[in-house]
Design a protein around this ligand. Structure first.
Ligand code: ADP
Ligand code: MG
Length: 234
């Protein structure tokens, strides 16, 4: 089972993971008031309009639109709501966009990839990060595998600070951002365990121009088998 970005971000929020928050709309009549609410609440003119579908690759497929003014944001929202979005992950038939997320446009210094899943060959969880965030991780794995840093975590022992330090070091983070990233990684593992997810992925986790660490995207996959324990998510 997959969930939308905005739903994933709600879960992250409940685990104390810093997210780029926003508002989701389904009805075009809500577009203007919601754009204005985001502009006011985040003290910004520029917003980002994001299609909510059960697939990634939205950026490249035209499902993530930087909108510097209210008029452009409104135009982008109108175009996106109801469109059929095709990305490299949807297949040719695409997915109909029924929900659009409106969020603050951030000034980004760096984008990172972070993900946790089970490594069956080791019967451990593997936590992967890469300084090459925002792009397809398959491409990084193929062309520059040395840019993916991995730690293996025994689920019976749990994640320790040395795991998180290795990941934060691997991304070249320093100062407050390093400390925050360590906390975020530990919370991310708690979230992975607590939700029984088969994949938790943040791509990108960003370092902003003001040195804050924020999850800009959220991806979860769940095993059908574990869902009976998580009626809230189901
Ligand atoms: P997808 O993974 O489906 O392509 P993302 O949410 O990861 O969608 O967004 C794709 C890219 O769009 C990000 O890597 C980032 O560069 C940019 N982006 C997304 N949200 C914002 C935002 N709030 N501010 C600035 N840039 C953003
Ligand atoms: Mg993404």
């Amino acid at each position: 089972m997959k969930i939308h970005e905005y739903q994933g971000k709600d879960i992250f929020k409940s685990y104390g993971i810093p997210i780029q928050d926003g508002y989701v709309i389904e009805d075009i009549n809500d577009a203007l008031p919601t754009i204005e609410k985001v502009q006011k609440e985040f003290n910004t003119k520029a917003v980002v309009v994001k299609a909510q579908i059960h697939a990634g690759g939205r950026g490249k497929g035209g499902g993530v639109k930087y909108s510097p003014t209210t008029d452009i944001a409104l135009k982008n929202t109108k175009e996106m709501l109801g469109m059929n979005l095709v990305t490299h992950q949807t297949g040719e038939e695409g997915q109909k966009v029924r929900k659009v997320y409106i969020t603050q446009a951030l000034d980004i210094k760096n984008e990172y990839y972070c993900a946790i899943t089970l490594d069956r060959s080791q019967t451990k969880d593997v936590f992967m990060v890469s300084s090459e965030g925002g792009v397809e991780i398959e491409k990084v794995a193929e062309e520059t595998p040395e840019k993916i840093i991995k730690v293996w975590i025994d689920p019976l022992v749990g994640m320790k600070s040395f795991h998180a330090m290795k990941l934060a070091n691997g991304l070249g983070l320093t100062g407050e951002a390093y400390k925050t990233a360590i906390k975020v990684f530990i919370k991310m593992y708690k979230c992975y365990m607590g939700t029984d997810a088969s994949i938790v992925e943040i791509n990108p986790l960003v370092l902003t121009e003001t040195d804050e660490i924020v999850a800009l995207d959220a991806k979860f996959n769940f095993d059908g088998n574990a869902m009976f324990r998580h009626k809230d998510i189901a």
